[in-house]
Design a protein around this ligand. Structure first.
Ligand SMILES: NC(=O)c1ccc[n+]([C@@H]2O[C@H](COP(=O)([O-])OP(=O)(O)OC[C@H]3O[C@@H](n4cnc5c(N)ncnc54)[C@H](O)[C@@H]3O)[C@@H](O)[C@H]2O)c1
Ligand SMILES: N[C@@H](CCC=O)C(=O)O
Length: 569
């Protein structure tokens, strides 16, 4: 820990990660990671396994005793009236936590508090900041793993595997890879000469970062404020109302890992109140946003309105929605198309930004595709998140339920020649349950094929095999988005032709694989076009976005020559 923070509460965390033993469920620790640079293993949770027993225990505790989540500003814990609840979406009579909205004054207090810690934190060596994240990774992999998973299952509607790949593995990977990528960045040295040396200092930004998180990925919630903090920034962390608990558990484990108070403030709040307060502060240095396009546009406009106020130009980083496609060539491997589409479109009820929600499939393949997909559909179980045999659970809340069921009703009305070929049922009496649904349309401009639905609804456009190339050309401009897309073809020449045709259509492209499931360090993630600013979270250059590098040239000889050689006769 830096001398600046020595003597305060966190002094017990002085040992570097490599000399501190950690216990994790997978057995991989940050010390091992520094040698192997490998992703956190995904645990299987087989019945009777150590991890399954521990998870069930945590689920039972949390189901019985919801948690009260305070605001965290400096060393204060503030509860106000705990007037809000984060419900269990598959059992909405119950909730996982009570929390409160920060008022405008409290958001302002949080800004002032973190700014008062900025200078010291920014001067703390990167290595020390990185070690906090490496310790946090071990806590997320061990002591906190099941708490994170249980909170993500009950609070955000994920089944065991979906919680594990997000709240455990992706979060741990973000902490570890970001730490190592940042240390690698620092290794770059500009060229120096005999008379002067040059240095690049990866300085934090002057001001504060506002991290605004979506509901659907616990790991993203954890990444948004900590990647900037790693690079020497202070941050406000606004979780989504429907991911408060899992995000707060991350806050607590960061604290235990040695994150000093006052570097990150945890402030659940009303979206527009938060948005207008942060954008009105002249000290806003950046926004790290993940969520929908309309919210990001709102924030961007607010920044534009306040542009003359700011000390520095705020960096606007936003990862937004998508209308992700699977494009199937007549030569494609049917099994991959079926399995990939079932998983991408319906896992986690289609609430991954990368979920497949439009399928382009040739007439020749459609009957067999439907037959095989129907077989799987009949085995898929939709139910309460605590039932380990479910494939998917309820959608996140009533607003999402009403929006998604509205699209299903549109299909039922027969507009755009829409037909529901699988699923189409929904019921919100106990939980916000929507059946995995497959629709076909004849109109390529149907809103079912062009708007982000963000639910377990996939729309297929069945094209004539002979028109494959012309249909391919329509994919890019069919929507304003450009997040993910998959191309399935065993004809390699055609596959690479399609890859080139769709070069501008996505930020993450999959060839003969489904459109979801990016892994930190393997597929750095981010969308093009209206899907975001494409800063590639989980990649080696992400840290640069949170830095305002300072270049320093120091010269050791006197400056004597003022005449140019060309001036001599
Ligand atoms: N591209 C990616 O990496 C990625 C990842 C996850 C989710 N997403 C997208 O996120 C969306 C789903 O998440 P969501 O429903 O939480 O999105 P959302 O836009 O409704 O909310 C995102 C966050 O913004 C906050 N917010 C709302 N109004 C605000 C305002 N006026 N000012 C400031 N903040 C405000 C919300 O409270 C929440 O914390 C989908 O569109 C999905 O595709 C994208
Ligand atoms: N990393 C995720 C995307 C996150 C968006 O919700 C995936 O690719 O499945």
């Amino acid at each position: 820990m830096s001398a600046m923070y020595s003597g305060c509460l966190i002094a017990r965390h002085v040992l570097p990660v490599s000399r501190r033993s950690a216990t994790t469920f997978s057995g991989l620790t940050s010390a091992d990671f520094l040698k192997k640079k490998t992703n956190e293993p995904i645990l299987e949770y087989r019945k009777g396994s150590k991890e399954r027993i521990a998870l069930e225990d945590e689920l039972a505790k949390l189901s019985k005793t919801p948690i009260d989540v305070p605001l965290r500003i400096g060393s204060k814990k503030i509860t106000n009236n705990l007037e809000k609840k984060q419900k269990i979406s598959s059992d909405h009579a119950n909730h996982v936590c009570r929390f409160t909205y920060a008022t405008q004054d409290q958001i302002q207090e949080a800004i002032d508090t973190i700014l008062s810690h900025r200078e010291k934190w920014e001067k703390t060596p990167l290595k020390e900041r990185a070690e906090i994240l490496l310790r946090a990774a071990d806590l997320a992999g061990g002591k906190y793993r099941m708490k994170l998973n249980a909170a993500t299952m009950l609070g955000q509607g994920k089944n065991i595997v979906q919680a594990e790949i997000d709240a455990a593995c992706e979060l741990i990977d973000f902490f570890r890879f970001n730490a190592v990528f940042a240390l690698e960045l620092e290794k770059y040295e500009p060229i120096s000469t005999k008379v002067s040396t040059n240095k690049m200092v990866y300085r934090g930004m002057e001001g504060f970062v506002a991290a605004i998180a979506p509901f659907n990925f616990t790991a993203i919630g954890g990444n948004l404020p900590t990647a900037p903090a790693l690079m020497g920034n202070v941050a406000l962390w606004k979780p989504s109302d429907t991911s408060v608990l899992s995000n707060y558990i991350i806050y607590e484990l960061l604290e235990e890992a040695g994150m000093p108070p006052g570097i990150i403030a945890f402030v659940p709040s009303d979206g527009p109140t938060f948005g207008s307060t942060i954008t009105a502060s002249k000290h806003l240095s950046a926004i790290n946003f993940t969520g929908s396009v309309p919210t990001f546009k709102y924030i961007w406009r607010k920044v534009a309105e306040n542009l003359d106020k700011y000390v520095t130009f705020p960096k606007l980083i936003g990862e937004c929605g998508g209308k992700n496609f699977h494009f199937v060539h007549p030569s494609a491997d049917l099994q991959s198309v079926v399995t990939g589409t079932v998983r991408s479109a319906w896992e986690y009820s289609g609430q991954k930004c990368s979920a497949c929600s439009r399928l382009y499939i040739p007439q020749s393949m459609w009957p067999k595709f439907l037959e095989e997909t129907s077989k799987i559909h009949s085995q898929i179980k939709l139910g309460d998140v605590r039932d380990p045999s479910i494939f998917l659970s309820a959608v996140i809340d009533e607003r999402a339920f009403d929006r998604i069921s509205g699209y299903i009703d549109y299909a039922k009305s027969g507009k755009d020649d829409a037909k529901i070929v699988l699923g189409g049922g929904y019921d919100k009496s106990v939980g916000y349950f929507i059946q995995p649904t497959l629709i076909t349309v004849n109109n390529p401009n149907s809103k079912l094929l062009t708007e982000e639905i963000f639910g377990p609804v996939c729309t297929a456009y069945i094209y004539k095999d002979s028109e494959v190339d012309s249909v391919l050309k329509t994919v890019k401009d069919a929507t304003p988005y450009g997040l993910t897309g998959a191309i399935f073809s065993q004809d390699k020449n055609w596959l690479y032709k399609a890859r080139d045709e769709l070069r501008d259509a996505v930020g993450n492209m999959y060839l003969n694989d489904k459109s979801t499931g990016s892994v930190v360090g393997q597929q750095p993630f981010g969308g093009a076009r209206m899907s975001g600013t494409n800063d590639k979270a989980g990649g080696p250059h992400y840290g640069l976005r949170w830095s305002s590098p300072l270049t320093i040239k120091e010269t050791y000889t006197s400056l004597t020559d003022w005449k140019y050689p060309s001036m001599e006769n």
